[in-house]
Ligand binder design. Structure first.
Ligand code: UTP
Length: 237
């Protein structure tokens, strides 16, 4: 891995077991990769909200709370999840969760691993990860999610869904439009790529690598600079 600043997004659902309990072992395994790492640059981890965020969002929606209020709950949960990763990284991590890009730039002065969640309503933590990659000049962003990459259709619903190994920005846009429905931009429902993410990606030309973060094997390979990784690469090359 050669780029100076490394930006990694971890989906919030990856921090929980199927029984909805916190997967402490997984968090420890994830932190261990960074503890033993000699990769240069500042590592910035963006953590999602996962199923816990969705439960809060569903409750707020049942009180007829606004979508913005639902988003605020999602953001708060993503920050709590970030704190868990900070706790497991101990003094390798910057102790606070930056709440804005300005706070991130201050945190970057301390030479620690930075962990952060959402920033403002109307987007997903994938957008945050792209905004952070853009701001820090990272050339690549790796997104760890609960499937091995981007498929031509939802792999959780269709057995014949095909994993797309490479997508250009335009192909990604086409796919998002094809699969979009009304729920695409509701709180808790932003898919792997929401509209804000796509816009930031297109203007900043960042290469995105999407991998399964379920067992961390692919991420370890990526982190060690191996080339043969199962996932989807989004780039205009
Ligand atoms: P995500 O949906 O990004 O987390 O954030 P996730 O579930 O971990 O991501 P995936 O699906 O695995 O990739 C949780 C919710 O927090 C709100 C949104 O409602 C989002 O759905 N959020 C997050 C914001 O409103 N703004 C942000 O900057 C980030």
């Amino acid at each position: 891995m050669k780029n100076k600043n490394n930006v990694i997004k971890i989906g919030g659902s990856l921090l929980f077991t199927e029984k909805r309990t916190i997967d402490s072992e997984k968090i420890i395994a994830f932190s261990k990769i960074f503890k033993s790492s000699e990769n240069p640059g500042t590592h910035i981890i963006i953590c999602g909200g996962g199923l816990i965020a969705r439960e809060y969002i569903d409750a707020v929606r049942s009180f007829e709370g606004s979508e913005a209020l639902c988003d605020i709950f999602g953001i708060e949960i993503s920050r709590i999840n970030s704190k868990l990763i900070i706790a497991s990284l101990k003094n390798l991590a910057y102790p606070q969760v930056p709440k804005s890009i300005e706070e991130l730039s201050t945190a970057m002065l301390f030479n620690k691993i930075i962990v952060m969640g959402g920033l403002q309503p109307g987007q997903s933590t994938t957008s945050v990860a792209l905004e952070v990659a853009e701001f820090t000049g990272a050339k690549e962003l790796v997104i760890l999610t609960d499937v091995p990459g981007i498929y031509d259709k939802d792999p959780k619903k269709f057995d014949d869904a095909i994993l797309l190994r490479h997508l250009t920005f335009d192909q990604l846009q086409e796919l998002i439009l094809k699969n979009s429905d009304n729920k695409q931009a509701a709180a808790g429902e932003y898919r792997i790529f929401d509209a804000v993410s796509l816009q930031v990606l297109k203007r900043s030309n960042i290469k995105v690598i999407i991998l399964s973060g379920k067992d961390l094997n692919e991420f370890k390979k990526y982190w060690n600079g191996e080339k043969d990784i199962l996932g989807t690469i989004i780039s205009n090359d």
